[in-house]
Design a binder for this molecule. Structure first.
Ligand code: SF4
Length: 444
């Protein structure tokens, strides 16, 4: 983790929709959620500083001083990782600025920022450069990235470290003979037991260059496009785990209520899997701008199979009691559907014999849909959403039903037990009934 890389003296990083400069922090933010990046860098909405950030800032300052001077000023968190650090010395590059000569660029845009530590002590002998980033985290065991992630620019931690590696590759004269990069995270636990751990990804220089060209360059092109959006609501939103990461998205209130005046909660929840209908609701020429950077070419006929299947379901139009007979457009007397292609639901019962796939519990699907809606609404449990939440006053029921209809379980047989005892199960079963081919209810 580096301190804020956009120093005030540089002015805003995006002016009139044109990106002036980038940082790996911006890449990470955009990767996590393009809309959150838009709020932060394009709309320049200030973020509150959290207690954890304050600890990180202090820890970085202590480590910088220690590694540069050898003077032990480490606090209790940083001290736990002292054995993982190189011997202090003036030859270490500490808080190394990225905006050197030549600067690191992507899509023609220069990068600014700082690398916590660059250790070139094995460069002359082995062609190895180690780049380290310090991470202060609440839980090392659950939050540490893997070495594979550090090497993959499609992941958030990898994006940062590949960016640092790309900077090293751009400094040809400074690091002659560079063949191997060791990209390292050192984690310092700030809650509970004092712990520290090192995760290192070792890779040839060519790997970093390839990741930069094939993953980061296209992302920056997407960022250029997103920077020109007239409002946040047309920038892709990554509803889901991103909303709860790092203590919760600071822009959640605007994302869910204030900034998206034209976007209903329905649109927000459906945005993860845009349907053909949803796409038509938007202005067609703007469609490419609202898709994630790594999404396939957005033509309706090329919709991902699962999404296409969902959109073909008449569920959204079939409110009220379900039709249990075969669909008129698929007469069963001439072309019976294979049982495996149907969705069958057993409510409060399990068949003793069934000529089809083994029925599975609907519970994990209910849990998944609940988590998605809760994260989109910024709450842990939708049933306890407060009155200031978009899900409050029971509105979570409609949101959950809508999410279920938009993302049906795959074809197969399912059973739902104890429906009367679970509000979540009740809502989802009612939402799914019209979309299922067969629904069987147990007799109480
Ligand atoms: S609330 Fe979630 S979807 Fe909205 S901007 Fe924040 S991270 Fe993105």
């Amino acid at each position: 983790m580096t301190p804020s890389v956009d120093l005030p003296k540089h002015g805003p990083s995006v002016i009139a929709g044109v990106i002036q400069r980038l940082s790996v922090s911006q890449l990470k933010r955009h990767k996590l959620c393009p809309r959150a990046w838009f709020f932060q860098k394009v709309m320049r909405i200030p973020e509150p500083t959290t207690g954890a950030q304050q600890i990180g800032t202090e820890g970085h300052a202590q480590l910088e001083h220690f590694l540069s001077t050898g003077e032990d000023v480490l606090g209790p968190f940083a001290k736990a990782g002292a054995h993982l650090l190189p011997t202090p010395g003036a030859d270490l590059l500490v808080e190394q600025p990225l905006n050197g000569e030549p600067p690191l660029t992507a899509g023609g845009i220069p990068f600014t920022g700082f690398i916590d530590l660059v250790d070139a002590r094995r460069l002359a002998s082995d062609g190895v450069l180690r780049i380290t980033d310090h991470k202060f985290t609440s839980n090392v065991a659950t939050n540490a990235a893997s070495a594979e992630q550090l090497a993959d620019a499609d992941t958030e931690p990898g994006l940062q470290m590949v960016g640092y590696g790309a900077w090293a590759l751009s400094q040809v004269e400074r690091f002659p003979g560079l063949r191997t990069l060791e990209l390292e995270h050192i984690y310092y636990q700030i809650r509970g037991q004092r712990l520290a751990a090192s995760v290192v990804a070792t890779m040839p220089a060519e790997h970093v260059a390839h990741e930069w060209q094939t993953k980061v360059e296209p992302q920056v092109e997407a960022m250029k496009e997103h920077a020109q959006a007239a409002q946040a609501s047309v920038v892709p939103a990554n509803y889901g785990p991103a909303c709860g990461k790092y203590g919760g998205c600071p822009f959640m209130a605007k994302c869910l209520t204030g900034e998206n005046k034209t976007m209903s909660l329905r649109d927000k929840l459906l945005n993860k899997a845009p349907t053909i209908d949803a796409a038509v609701e938007r202005d067609a020429p703007e469609l490419p701008a609202i898709l994630p950077p790594d999404a396939p070419t957005p033509t309706p006929v090329q919709t991902a199979p699962e999404v296409a299947q969902a959109t073909e379901q008449p569920a959204p139009k079939r409110r009220g009691r379900p039709r249990k007979a075969a669909e008129p457009e698929q007469p069963t007397d001439t072309a019976p559907s294979p049982t495996s292609a149907l969705r069958v639901l057993f409510v409060d019962c399990i068949p003793t014999t069934f000529d089809g796939p083994q029925p599975k519990s609907l519970t994990s699907y209910v849990d998944t849909m609940h988590r998605k809606v809760a994260e989109a609404g910024g709450v842990d449990d939708v049933r306890f959403a407060g009155s200031d939440s978009a899900l409050g006053f029971g509105k979570w029921r409609g949101a959950l039903a809508m999410a279920a209809r938009a993302e049906l379980p795959p074809p197969g047989a399912y059973f739902a037990l104890g429906v009367a005892q679970s509000e979540l199960m009740q809502v989802i079963v009612e939402a799914l009934e019209p979309a299922f081919d067969v629904v069987v209810r147990g007799v109480r």
